[in-house]
Design a protein around this ligand. Structure first.
Ligand SMILES: [Zn+2]
Length: 379
C-alpha cells in the first residue's frame, strides 16, 4: 500500500498518509522530525476560471488538447478541480459552448476529473455601467423559466453555479427555479436594493460573486452594494485575492466583518493567468496583461478578469492578512469545495487527492509543488 510522510498543513505535525486503489486508507501521526518533511494539504478548488495559460475558454473552437493544457497548468498552480466559467454572450451561443465543452470533457478522463462543474457568470447581469464590468450589456436578456430549464437540461446532472443580478425582471422566480433544479445561485454584477437582495436570498440565492468588484470606481458613501451585502447575513462571499481586485485594507476589513466560514477565494483567471504579460482575449474582447499582472481591456480602466494563479492567491491573501499561508489555504480549497457541494477533506475513505509543498526557509516563497489525484501524481 503506497504511503508518504509529510507535515499536515493544519497542525504542522508529522503524519503518515497511506492510500489504496485511489482512496485514503490512513492519516496517522508519526514521530519524524517535522522540519525535514514537505507540507501536506488538500488541492485547491477554484470556482471561477474563464481561461488559463494562454487558453481562453470563451471560444467556439476550443479543442480538447488546449483545454488539457490549461487544466495541467492549473494543476501546476495547486488547483485540482475547477468550475469552468462562461461569461455573458448571446444565449444560443452560450448554450452551444456549454454543450461542446461537455463533449470535450467527456473525451479525456483527466478533464472529467478536473472540471468539477460549470459557472455561468451572466448573461442575466446588471446592464448599468460599472456594474456590468467587462460583460456586454447588449447581450443580457431578462432571465426566464425557459432559460433556466434549457441550461439545466444541457448541463445534465453536472454541478452548475449561476451568477446573476436579482434586479433583472423575472430574476427572483428564475433563482427559485434554478435552486429547485439543483443549481447554486450567486448574486453578482448587481446594484440591487437591500430588499431585493434579501428577496433573492429567500428565493434560494446562497452566494455573492467577487465582492468588491463589478461595481463603479465611485460609490455612494451612504448606500452602496458593498454595505448592502455586508449587512445581509448568510451569503457565501467570493473574493479575488490578488491584491489588485480588492485593495489590501478592504480585504482585511472584509475578513474582520464576515465570518471566515462565509468567505472563499476565486481566481477569476483569464487566459493571461499562468502566461507571460501580453495580449489575450476573453471571448470577443481583447485584453491586455501588464507586468503588474493587471488585466484590462486596452484603453479602458476597469479590470477584465485576473492573471492570478490559485496558489499565488493563497500566498497573497496570507500576505495581505498578515497570516501564514496555512491559515488562508482552506479559503481556496475546503470552503469553495463545500460551497459547491464537493468533497475535498483529507480523511480515510476520501479520494487520495492532495498537494505536497516545499517552501523556502523565508516563507511564503514556494519552492516546489506536487499534486496528486487518486494517489497518482498529476503535477
Ligand atoms: Zn465578474
Amino acid at each position: 500500500m503506497p504511503s508518504l510522510r509529510a507535515r499536515l498543513y493544519t497542525t504542522g505535525h508529522p503524519v503518515e498518509l497511506s492510500w489504496n486503489h485511489g482512496l485514503i486508507t490512513g492519516l496517522a501521526s508519526t514521530s519524524n522530525p517535522a522540519s525535514t518533511l514537505p507540507w501536506l494539504a488538500p488541492p485547491l478548488v477554484d470556482l471561477q476560471v474563464n481561461g488559463f495559460a494562454g487558453i481562453d475558454f470563451q471560444q467556439d473552437d476550443l479543442t480538447a488538447p488546449a483545454l488539457l493544457q490549461a487544466t495541467r497548468a492549473l494543476h501546476q498552480a495547486g488547483c485540482g478541480r475547477y468550475f469552468l466559467t462562461l461569461i455573458t454572450d448571446e444565449w444560443p451561443r452560450l448554450i452551444r459552448r456549454l454543450q461542446q465543452l461537455r463533449q470535450l470533457r467527456l473525451q479525456l478522463p483527466e478533464l472529467s476529473a478536473a472540471i468539477a462543474g460549470w459557472h455561468l457568470e451572466g448573461p442575466f447581469l446588471s446592464t448599468e455601467p460599472g456594474y456590468c464590468g467587462a460583460h456586454n450589456p447588449a447581450l443580457m436578456p431578462e432571465p426566464t423559466a425557459d432559460h433556466i430549464r434549457e441550461l439545466r437540461a444541457v448541463a445534465g446532472t453536472d454541478c452548475l453555479l449561476l451568477t446573476l443580478a436579482p434586479e433583472r425582471k423575472g430574476a427572483i422566480a428564475a433563482i427559485q427555479l434554478a435552486v429547485e433544479l439543483g443549481c447554486r445561485v450567486s448574486l453578482g454584477h448587481t446594484n440591487a436594493t437591500a430588499k431585493l437582495l434579501e428577496q433573492a436570498r429567500q428565493a434560494g440565492a446562497s452566494g455573492f460573486t467577487h465582492l468588491g468588484n463589478a461595481c463603479p470606481q465611485l460609490l455612494d458613501r451612504h448606500d452602496n452594494i458593498l454595505w448592502r451585502v455586508l449587512d445581509l447575513p448568510r451569503l457565501q462571499v467570493s473574493l479575488i485575492p490578488d491584491a489588485i481586485h480588492v485593495a489590501p485594507p478592504l480585504f482585511r476589513l472584509l475578513h474582520r466583518v464576515l465570518d471566515p466560514a462565509r468567505i472563499h477565494y476565486v481566481s477569476d483567471a483569464t487566459a493571461a493567468a499562468g502566461a507571460p504579460p501580453g495580449l489575450y482575449t476573453i471571448g470577443r474582447l481583447p485584453i491586455q496583461a501588464g507586468a503588474d499582472q493587471i488585466v484590462r481591456q486596452p484603453g479602458k480602466t476597469h479590470f477584465a478578469g485576473s492573471a492570478l494563479r490559485p496558489i499565488d492567491g493563497v500566498f497573497r491573501a496570507a500576505q495581505m492578512l498578515g497570516l501564514s499561508w496555512r491559515d488562508t489555504w482552506d479559503a481556496f480549497s475546503l470552503r469553495p469545495a463545500r460551497y459547491a457541494g464537493l468533497n475535498a477533506e483529507l480523511r480515510p475513505g476520501a479520494p487520495a487527492d492532495f498537494c505536497l509543498l516545499e517552501l523556502e526557509e523565508s516563507e511564503p516563497a514556494l519552492r516546489h509543488l506536487q499534486l496528486f489525484r487518486a494517489g497518482q501524481q498529476i503535477a
